[in-house]
Design a protein around this ligand. Structure first.
Ligand SMILES: [Fe+2]
Ligand SMILES: [Fe+2]
Length: 483
């Protein structure tokens, strides 16, 4: 009998989907595999291919013990295909097919909509690996280096997850899309990745932590929405991906938190109380809090753009078709069809920020984005608690959702982080007050000196409170083959 909990390692590709008896898909995946390894070597982490990294690998989809930890060379990582177990009697949770049995095959009428959704999700996974390609050489510790690589291999696995869906359920065009996922490149002029934030640079480790906190959280929300899909294989694959995603956001939240902690400690030690005393604080080899706020502003707003236009017929169609649900759809107490419901959407009209009720069906993106913002606020509160603990008067905050937007109602609107509308000229003149300037970037870059002694950390970041897999503080998370 097929074991749907534990992962089978009897094929080249570990899986819990019975690949060894699904020759067609197994063959397609095996054919795709060498191209993937090529991509990993050419676009994945630069260097470190021969080093032993202490990584977790999924061995089960049982939430109680799904991973094992061991040293592995990254190109030999066992990227697998894992789906959360099928839920007996699952029904389509929303839209016009509400209550009908979930689809086990692609419904013909929604085929292209579904494929596009899988491709867009799939495209983000390798993109982030490409964006983070050069971070390894400046890692502030072996602990952080290992976390970077853990995130990278799992984003690689998420690509596998989407490629499996494409190859199993979408025939020839699915195979072509799978190949194209290895051809597009983050930041490329000719063949860029599909979404804006995934073509931005991740130039330093603070960016990496902000990215994993804010942009991986967008990933979480998209996966949550797709986990509600009436197309059951997609739902199952996204549910398992969410298990892994939690660690990525942990890396982001604790990474930013440790950066803040180190700054506050250094200020306390030097007797500096004014968080805006930039030169003195920077001279301590730490990142001043206002600059951390600017980084937050940048990554939060880039991530807001990923939710698309506030009012969207595409989003309405996907919901109506039962292809994509709302956040925690099955827990919501309404008709799940949004026949008469409205939803408040903010817009920018005649230089004013207004709120307008629109049919809730068309505001699916806005709603998911609002859920995202609520989710994102938690970490900010915990960061502020660190600052308060050190008796420093400074509060980090999420900027207004109209600030620095390039998609949707506020595209190009001259809104400040506080939500005030100013003139475009003034906005441009004050840009560097709110977003990282070239000089800020150069300063942060100057701190990015690698530290590779076990248990040691760069000047700008505190040690973590606990190790990965409960390892002691001086654990050698990466065994560098040449020091
Ligand atoms: Fe991912
Ligand atoms: Fe992620």
């Amino acid at each position: 009998m097929l074991d749907l909990i534990n992962v089978s390692y009897d094929t080249q590709i570990p899986n819990n989907v019975g690949l060894s008896s699904d020759r067609r898909v197994l063959k397609a995946l095996e054919k795709w595999h060498p191209g993937y390894i090529n991509w990993w070597k050419g676009s994945g982490p630069d260097g470190f291919l021969e080093d032993l990294v202490y990584l977790r690998t999924a061995v089960s989809v049982d939430p109680k013990g799904w991973a094992k930890f061991d040293y592995v060379k990254m190109p030999e990582y066992r990227w697998g295909v894992l789906l959360a177990p099928q839920v007996e009697g699952r029904v389509i949770p929303c839209g016009e097919h509400f209550g009908e049995p979930a689809w086990q095959e692609v419904p013909g009428e929604y085929r292209s909509m579904l494929r596009r959704m899988v491709v867009i999700q799939g495209d983000t996974e390798p993109a982030s690996v490409e964006q983070q390609r050069f971070l390894g050489v400046t890692a502030p510790s072996l602990y952080d280096l290992r976390n970077l690589f853990q995130v990278n291999v799992e984003e690689g696995r998420h690509l596998w997850a989407m490629v499996y869906i494409l190859q199993k359920y979408f025939g020839k065009d699915g195979r072509e899309e799978a190949d194209d996922l290895l051809l597009r490149q983050s930041g490329s002029d000719e063949k860029p990745r599909m979404l804006g934030a995934f073509n931005e640079e991740t130039p330093d480790w603070l960016s990496f932590f902000m990215f994993t906190y804010f942009t991986d959280r967008d990933g979480k929300m998209q996966l949550e929405a797709l986990a509600q899909s009436g197309f059951d294989p997609l739902s199952r694959t996204c549910r398992f991906m969410l298990t892994e995603e939690a660690h990525h956001m942990f890396v982001g939240e604790t990474g930013v938190g440790r950066t803040i902690q180190r700054t506050c400690e250094a200020m306390n030690e030097a007797g500096i109380t004014d968080p805006f005393d930039k030169d003195k604080i920077r001279a301590l080899g730490v990142i001043d809090l206002p600059t951390i706020q600017k980084k937050l502003n940048l990554h939060y707003t880039l991530s807001l753009d990923l939710f698309g236009a506030e009012v969207s017929t595409n989003a309405a169609n996907a919901f109506n078709a039962g292809i994509k649900g709302r956040y925690q759809e099955t827990k919501l107490d309404d008709d799940h069809q949004l026949q008469n419901a409205t939803y408040a959407v903010s817009e920018f009209t005649d230089g004013k920020i207004l709120t307008r009720d629109v049919p809730a069906l068309t505001a699916i993106n806005m709603r998911l984005r609002d859920d995202y913002s609520k989710d994102a606020v938690g970490g900010v509160k915990r960061w502020n608690a660190i600052i308060r603990k050190h008796n420093i008067e400074f509060d980090l905050a999420l900027p207004h959702s109209g600030f620095h937007r390039q998609i949707g109602a506020f595209n190009g609107a001259p809104v400040t982080p506080e939500g005030d509308v100013i003139s475009t000229d003034e906005w441009k003149a004050r840009r560097d007050e709110w977003l990282p300037s070239k000089a800020d970037g150069d300063f942060i870059q100057s701190l990015m000196k690698p530290v590779s002694e076990p248990g040691k950390y760069a000047s700008w970041i505190a040690a973590p409170r606990v190790g990965i897999d409960n390892k002691p503080g001086d654990f050698e998370y990466v065994q560098l083959h040449m020091a």
